[in-house]
Write a protein of this length. Structure first.
Length: 636
């Protein structure tokens, strides 16, 4: 059975839903915060990832298969997946920019993968060869299906940017791999699931891109098997890989964060494309409860280092936050899918917060070093990473050029390359802008009439978002812009107060017409729910969608950031010309060491009054080793 293929060049293209996403051929990032990062990703980060995957031997692993020298293989069992994520980043970037050299590099790597692929579609550099463990001998930890998922997603990027299995090697390889998965794990085949969800979300997008219903059916079969105890119990429990209970019976996301989010994204996809409203509502509720109880101020998720997992409700220690960059990407994936499915624009707030404070935090200003984890408090300054060696540790000290487990750099690269696909949507009535970025939009309404817009903004440094009409339909058109939660009740559209989370105007437009949304991006103090014990008595400072932090680089030489207190009456204010920084009154306290660190409450904290400079969290550690904290104690 087939369905209608949808080749819109976007990372998520549901078969149904409240809103239709615009693709990379309809939205072009032109200037500002995200356009600059997308440019740096293309010019620096993607080539950087390619060089490192060549340097550490992960691309050559496929050559070793051909040479019969699998003992020379390097990297973890899932190293193939990082080659595939690199290919996906390249595919979106080549499709966006038309870069012929990048196209040629994709083909070069894809030919190598194809040569290593078995006749039945199976491909792995880690399993199935003489001297290696057999295929699927370790579904819990082997990551074979996980790797297939990233291979398939890379091919979907090729399909949606103008290629087909008749002219593209990567697409042919992935289609054969997907057919192998359906034959091996379909009805009557192996009754198992992968320890790391990913194949599910990839199969749904392949079904959408090809029109082949069997890929969707296989994804649903994997989802239905999850939570039946088919994977072994381990020290972290089966919740680690979401095999403790069926997907639709869970109340909150739990276990390994990236696994949980990839599975949730797939569940939304399957629910939407099979009209399973019960499943959609189950996942919506799980994600909403996770945001309310298990998410950091930055949008980051994951408070356990040992298993890269969620903690209990409100277990959110700032200094022990794991908040993996890949988890940020996964959160964006889930929130965007829920927005498209439900039309609830508040999910765009989740996308925005996570993009600005997790995804943007990972790469350095130069785009050639990355954070893997994203804590909100660093007590000790880090040491620069060895520029010629992959870092063995994920812990954030300073950004590292590469990691022995380097899932995050390629995940950031593929997200930034496809970022235009997360900006805007269209419906029968008009265009909805969810992310306030400088861009040009060119699309058609359901009646076939053309709409062209230009968005002019310096957001998030400034709260003004101007939408200029370049081409309008003959009839009425609705233009809608998301109002973030922090500006609800304080936003205006063309000078008039906006009621609620959407600013909309419906009327006849002509070329040259403009509307202006004004958001309140003045800095503000934020407190945590008092059940978050780890930061009780502290406040954070936010400015628009950006979380701020104190960094020792802005304090007198040798001063530790833990000496910082905010004055009780502190009111944060813009630090003009500082790239989004904020000034606030505070103290630098002096606390002498004692033989016992406890005593009566209310001990005085003598200190010197200072004007503190706070910087965007996404920019911390770009000036060398430092200590840092987001949550700041208030002086008594």
């Amino acid at each position: 059975m087939t369905t209608t293929a949808t080749r819109r060049p976007a990372p998520v293209v549901p078969a149904h839903g409240a809103l239709r996403p615009l693709g990379l051929d309809e939205v072009e990032l032109t200037d500002g915060f995200w356009a600059e990062r997308q440019r740096r990703n293309a010019e620096v980060s993607i080539p950087h990832c390619d060089r490192w995957e060549t340097k550490v031997g992960w691309i050559d692993n496929f050559r070793h298969v051909l040479d019969g020298q699998v003992e020379r293989r390097t990297g973890r069992e899932f190293a193939d997946s990082d080659v595939y994520k690199l290919l996906e980043a390249m595919a979106w970037e080549a499709g966006r920019s038309g870069d012929a050299e990048l196209d040629a590099r994709i083909e070069q790597i894809a030919l190598l993968v194809e040569a290593a692929q078995d006749d039945d579609g199976y491909v792995s550099t880690r399993y199935g060869r003489p001297g290696q463990e057999p295929r699927y001998s370790d579904l819990a930890w082997g990551h074979e299906l996980y790797c297939f998922g990233h291979l398939i997603q890379a091919a979907v990027a090729r399909l949606r940017t103008g290629h087909d299995d008749s002219d593209d090697t990567l697409v042919r390889v992935a289609r054969r791999a997907a057919d192998h998965v359906c034959a091996e794990f379909g009805p009557g085949g192996r009754d198992g699931v992968c320890g790391h969800p990913e194949i599910e979300v990839a199969l749904v997008e392949l079904a959408r891109a090809t029109g082949e219903r069997r890929y969707l059916d296989q994804a649903r079969l994997f989802l239905d098997r999850r939570g039946r105890g088919t994977l072994p119990d381990i020290e972290f429990g089966r919740s680690y890989y979401q095999d403790d209970r069926p997907v639709r019976e869970a109340q909150v996301l739990r276990g390994h964060v990236v696994r949980a989010l990839y599975l949730a994204a797939a569940a939304v996809d399957v629910a939407v494309d099979t009209h399973d409203d019960e499943l959609l509502e189950a996942v919506r509720g799980q994600f909403a409860r996770t945001l309310a109880r298990r998410t950091y101020l930055t949008g980051g998720m994951g408070s356990h280092h040992q298993d890269e997992a969620y903690g209990d409700d409100f277990e959110l220690p700032a200094d022990r936050a794991y908040s993996e960059t890949c988890a940020g990407v996964g959160s964006v994936m889930v929130a965007w899918r829920l927005l498209l499915a439900t039309g609830d624009v508040s999910w765009g707030d989740v996308v925005e917060r996570t993009l600005y404070n997790v995804v943007a935090t990972s790469p350095s200003r130069d785009g050639d070093a990355f954070f893997y984890t994203n804590p909100l408090h660093k007590r000790e300054p880090g040491e620069p990473a060895d520029p010629d060696r992959a870092s063995p540790r994920a812990l954030s000290r300073l950004r590292a050029p590469w990691f022995e487990v380097s899932c995050c750099p390629t995940n950031v690269a593929r997200t930034l390359a496809s970022l235009a696909g997360y900006v805007a949507t269209v419906s029968a009535e008009g265009v909805q802008i969810h992310q306030h970025v400088g861009c040009r939009i060119a699309t058609t309404l359901e009646n076939g009439e053309a709409v062209r817009l230009e968005v002019l903004t310096s957001y998030p440094d400034d709260g003004s978002v101007v939408v200029r009409v370049l081409e309008a339909p003959a009839g009425d058109l609705t233009l809608s812009l998301r109002v973030p939660e922090w500006s609800v009740g304080r936003a205006t559209l063309d000078g008039r107060a906006v009621d609620g989370s959407t600013a909309s105007v419906r009327r006849k437009f002509a070329a040259g017409d403009e509307i202006c949304l004004q958001l309140d991006v003045r800095p503000r103090l934020t407190a945590a729910d008092d059940r978050v014990d780890a930061v009780r008595g502290c406040v954070a400072v936010e400015r628009g969608p950006v979380v701020l932090c104190a960094e020792s680089a802005d304090l007198p030489a040798g001063t530790h950031v833990d000496r910082v207190r905010l004055a009780a009456e502190a009111v944060p204010r813009d630090d003009s010309g500082s790239g989004g920084g904020v000034r606030v009154d505070g103290l630098l306290v002096e606390r002498a060491d004692r033989s016992w660190p406890y005593g009566p409450p209310g001990d005085p904290e003598p200190g010197d009054r200072v004007e503190l400079r706070l910087v965007p969290y996404h920019d911390w550690a770009n000036r060398g080793p430092s200590t840092m904290r987001v949550w700041l104690p208030q002086a008594r």
